[in-house]
Design a protein around this ligand. Structure first.
Ligand code: SF4
Length: 394
């Protein structure tokens, strides 16, 4: 791959919000995917002194980025892998621009694409997010401040001073802001794509994913139901309590639980046995109504696709549906307190955390408390919670 010439790329193009190609040959897609993956892997194993190879031109860069989105959206762990490395790539490129140029871009273009700015108080609010299009003119004011959650990397290393949760804008804050908004933007796009791919799987992409990541895929160590129950996140704990009490759960909850158990390493046989004993129906009714669904989730029936567990975003979005447990951070704060009490932790500030940072960040903070740590990685699925919890205790 040729090295990129810096002047070929505009700051706007770093956000990858448009793909200009409508149709492409599959071979072209595969070729570009393989080439970009080389760049990302190089970045992943980056050691000082190794220079980053880049992609030959802006068009190729945009195309290969979008094709890799398709590839990596085939599994939740590769979604996270991709978001992490693309954010690193973004940061590296951003650092190659002079501060003055970044400042002009930040003030004249970037802020116009943000929603969630309080123009009266001059604040970029905690819930602000990046839009695909400019929302209109925005007059930059040197009093503008940004909420600490948008520059958390600087806060963690105490490189900014906070005044009631907000900090002033300077060149370092601008870079951190751009980088963190980019991560948030890409994460949202990737989770949306991941959900879409679950509904409409594409066999060629699945196979390409398997081939490209064959040596990388983290193996879920086989586990037993009993073992998996020790490290349950609040949503699954609530769901299992409901199942024990009512001896039945509806489709959304069944899928949430079954796919969670599968991705934590529970075998199909044990999953079936667990569900069979939990449901208050005869064996023949169970086999007729539920057996196919469980086997289907393991890729043993129908399309034989390998389904992954639901993301937090999906579970949160189901929280208001009838007969669905959903995420306790959105619909059951009492249940959440009981869960925390059973783990011996308290979190009186939980409501504020949910309001300011959202359910997933609040869930990470609860996990950090359980593990007695200052910080836990952001939770994007119940399986993430389980893995981090289990890894810490073993
Ligand atoms: Fe479950 Fe995710 Fe909600 Fe945590 S944030 S309780 S893991 S859905």
């Amino acid at each position: 791959m040729k090295r990129v010439r810096k002047e070929q790329r505009t700051l706007e193009s770093l956000f990858y919000d448009k793909l200009h190609v409508r149709n492409t040959q599959y071979t072209n897609l595969e070729d570009l995917v393989v080439r970009r993956m080389k760049v990302l892997r190089l970045l992943e194993s980056f050691k000082s002194g190794v220079s980053l190879q880049d992609i030959s031109d802006q068009w190729e860069d945009v195309e290969s980025h979008f094709y890799c989105r398709l590839l990596c959206s085939q599994a939740l762990w590769s979604v996270k892998w991709f978001v992490g490395l693309e954010t690193q790539l973004f940061r590296k490129r951003l650092l190659s621009y002079e501060s003055e140029k970044v400042g002009v871009y930040f003030k004249e273009s970037f802020l116009r694409r943000l929603e969630g700015i309080d123009t009266d108080k001059n604040l970029i609010l905690p819930h602000s997010s990046l839009l695909m299009k400019e929302r209109g003119p925005f007059e930059y004011n040197s009093d503008l401040k940004v909420h600490f959650t948008k520059v958390y990397d600087l806060v963690a290393t105490r490189r900014v001073k906070l005044d009631r949760g907000y900090c002033k804008i300077n060149p370092e804050v601008m870079r951190s802001c751009l980088n963190n908004f980019y991560r948030q933007f890409l994460e949202e796009k990737m989770y949306w794509l991941y959900e879409y791919m679950l509904r409409t799987p594409d066999e060629r992409l699945k196979k390409l994913h398997e081939r490209i990541f064959s040596e990388k895929k983290p193996i879920s160590a086989p586990t037993t139901i009993e073992d998996s129950h020790k490290y349950l996140p609040p949503c699954i704990s609530k769901l299992i309590n409901k199942l024990k009490k009512t001896r039945h759960i509806k489709y959304n909850d069944r899928q949430t639980l079954c796919l969670f158990l599968k991705d934590t390493g529970v075998s199909v046989e044990e999953n079936i046995q667990f569900m069979r004993s939990a449901f208050d129906v005869t064996k023949s009714v169970f086999d007729k109504e539920y057996l196919y669904g469980i086997r289907h989730n393991y890729g043993l029936e129908g399309k034989k696709a390998n389904y992954s567990s639901f993301t937090c975003k999906k579970i949160i979005s189901m929280s208001r549906e009838p007969n669905t447990c959903g995420c306790p951070f959105t619909n059951d704060l009492d249940g959440l307190s009981e869960y925390m009490a059973s783990k011996g932790v308290e979190c009186p500030e939980i409501e504020n955390m949910i309001k300011n940072s959202g359910c997933q960040e609040a869930c990470s903070s609860v996990l950090a408390k359980i593990l007695d740590k200052n910080h836990a990685a952001t939770i994007s699925s119940p399986v993430d919670f389980y893995r981090e919890y289990r890894a810490d205790k073993q």
